[in-house]
Design a protein. Structure first.
Length: 123
């Protein structure tokens, strides 16, 4: 678990943010309704990247993409389900899709970083 401290903290922060009452956040201005989806994507890209780097620290290599997608995807689904237990939040399929997009963006960033690191170490 010590290798995954950054992942755990980032997931805890994401869970807290997604379970806070909606009144805690300012209202989204008209015309910026998709801003919420961008925030969801960012919220899930970060733990995705941290999980991959923490895994590499623990195992000496990056995790396979399906493993990362499964682990963080399951977490995303749990966060959406957890919102059903609140009074001001709800399960939103579009939020979940934004979470998945964030995971994919995080995975892409990890792959690009790994390739850039590998190519720069060869020169």
């Amino acid at each position: 678990m010590k290798y995954y401290a950054r992942t755990a903290v980032s997931c805890l922060v994401v869970m807290v943010l997604l379970l806070l009452p909606s009144s805690f956040f300012p209202r989204t201005p008209a015309g910026l309704t998709m801003l919420d989806k961008v925030v969801h994507a960012i919220l899930f890209a970060i733990p995705t990247m941290l999980f991959a780097f923490d895994y590499r620290k623990a195992h000496g290599q990056l995790p396979h993409v399906p493993l990362t997608f499964l682990v963080i995807g399951a977490f995303a689904f749990i966060t959406e389900l957890s919102q059903l237990a609140t009074r001001t939040r709800h399960f939103d399929l579009l939020d979940f899709m934004a979470d998945i997009l964030g995971i994919l963006l995080g995975l892409a960033a990890v792959v690009v970083h790994a390739r850039c690191t590998a190519s720069s170490s060869k020169t």
